[in-house]
Ligand binder design. Structure first.
Ligand SMILES: NC(=O)c1ccc[n+]([C@@H]2O[C@H](COP(=O)([O-])OP(=O)(O)OC[C@H]3O[C@@H](n4cnc5c(N)ncnc54)[C@H](OP(=O)(O)O)[C@@H]3O)[C@@H](O)[C@H]2O)c1
Length: 329
């Protein structure tokens, strides 16, 4: 079988390699053999190829693919909470999912509820990120405003749908006006195009009840514009660096208006939470997929052999949704 890795840093579609690897073989005690059905291509994967993800670049070569959904093919000795045919999140919190089959320790895995395959492929990273940022930084009450940028991203779509369910109102910042209609259809209260007048646009919508929480995936000058738009005492949760620039916030906003800037990284949450808490969150989010209350747009699904095309597509701006790989098709 073949798997994707990279042995030099650079644009993903240039440095990715599809190489022959041995079949994983039968699962040992406490292991399962998985067939990876779908795997999403996330900005984190692309940054990893460029050596720009995490506190330091990883040691080369690196097996690629951070999340996905898999079917259990075989269970090893002592595994009684999973059975062949169950669907699970593929080796979560690890890499190497862009291959047809993989062996994994069973303890971290649990059977997912029946739901759309593409949606399950995107459950591992973006929905928990959205859910946790809505809960872990600021105590919000129904009716409160939350502001976010990159609002049409996978995380942004999940924020809109979860906020609506929790009774919060969302101001959603995008860089393309045509995003307003689809995001409103998902439950967005307001959609604004980013620009120098952002704070005035937000004030015109929220009046004196400006957002207490800002969710920032863009960084750079976008963080400054978000800080100016929020209520005094608000918190910005920065979780991405889509602009490639460091977060900018004016000292006047920090000192006189008590705006706080904090970071969120899902990997840190995994590291701090017991497995039971992780499973409980995923069960709840899996149920939201199963009952249709969470849906993230997909633009294309590619077989593994067309990996260069898939990676170039995932790196393009103005996509209509996520790009997925189907390693077994
Ligand atoms: N910290 C964590 O634990 C964590 C977890 C999950 C995701 N993330 C981060 O969250 C962000 C979104 O991820 P995703 O998977 O949801 O994204 P996605 O669905 O792949 O969408 C990418 C989004 O980024 C926007 N974008 C790209 N470059 C931009 C720029 N320079 N300025 C403004 N917007 C820009 C795109 O806008 P257009 O459609 O207009 O091109 C699109 O909305 C990424 O930065 C990712 O690394 C972080």
């Amino acid at each position: 079988m073949k798997a994707i890795r990279f042995s030099a840093f650079g644009p993903a579609h240039e440095v990715a390699e599809l190489i022959e690897v041995p079949e994983p073989g039968a699962p040992g005690a406490g292991e399962v053999l998985l067939e990876i059905e779908r795997s999403s291509i996330n900005p984190a994967d692309l940054l990893m190829f460029e050596g720009r993800y995490g506190a330091a670049p990883p040691k080369l070569p690196v097996w690629a693919g951070g999340e996905g959904v898999a079917r259990v093919l075989e269970v090893g000795e002592g595994v009684d909470h999973l059975a062949p045919g169950d669907r699970v999140l593929a080796i979560l919190g690890s890499r190497g999912n862009w291959r047809p089959r993989v062996k994994a320790p069973a303890a971290r895995l649990f059977a997912l509820p029946p739901a759309d395959l593409d949606q399950l492929a995107m459950l591992g990273v973006n929905p928990p990120t959205a859910w946790l940022m809505l809960h872990d930084f600021v105590t919000l009450a129904p009716g409160d405003w939350v502001m976010q940028n990159a609002a049409n991203s996978g995380v942004g779509q999940a924020v809109i749908q979860f906020a609506r369910r929790l009774g919060y109102r969302t101001v959603n910042v995008v860089r393309r006006p045509e995003q307003a209609a689809p995001l409103k259809a998902l439950g967005a209260d307001a959609v604004l195009v980013d620009g120098p007048d952002l704070a005035a646009q937000v004030l015109a919508i929220t009046g004196s009840t400006r957002p207490k929480l800002g969710i920032d995936a863009v960084a750079g000058e976008a963080t400054r514009r978000m800080a100016r738009s929020l209520a005094d005492g608000a918190t910005i949760a920065n979780y991405g660096l889509l602009s490639g620039d460091p977060c900018q916030v004016d000292a006047a906003d920090i000192v006189f208006r008590d705006i706080a800037l904090r970071g969120f990284w899902l990997a840190n949450w995994f590291a701090r939470q017991p497995l039971a808490a992780q499973h409980a969150l995923y069960r709840q989010l899996g149920d939201a997929l199963a009952d249709g209350s969470l849906h993230i747009e997909v633009e294309a699904v590619y077989p593994l052999e067309r990996f260069r095309e898939a990676l170039a597509h995932a790196a393009r701006p103005a996509r209509g949704g996520k790009v997925l790989l189907a390693p077994n098709e």
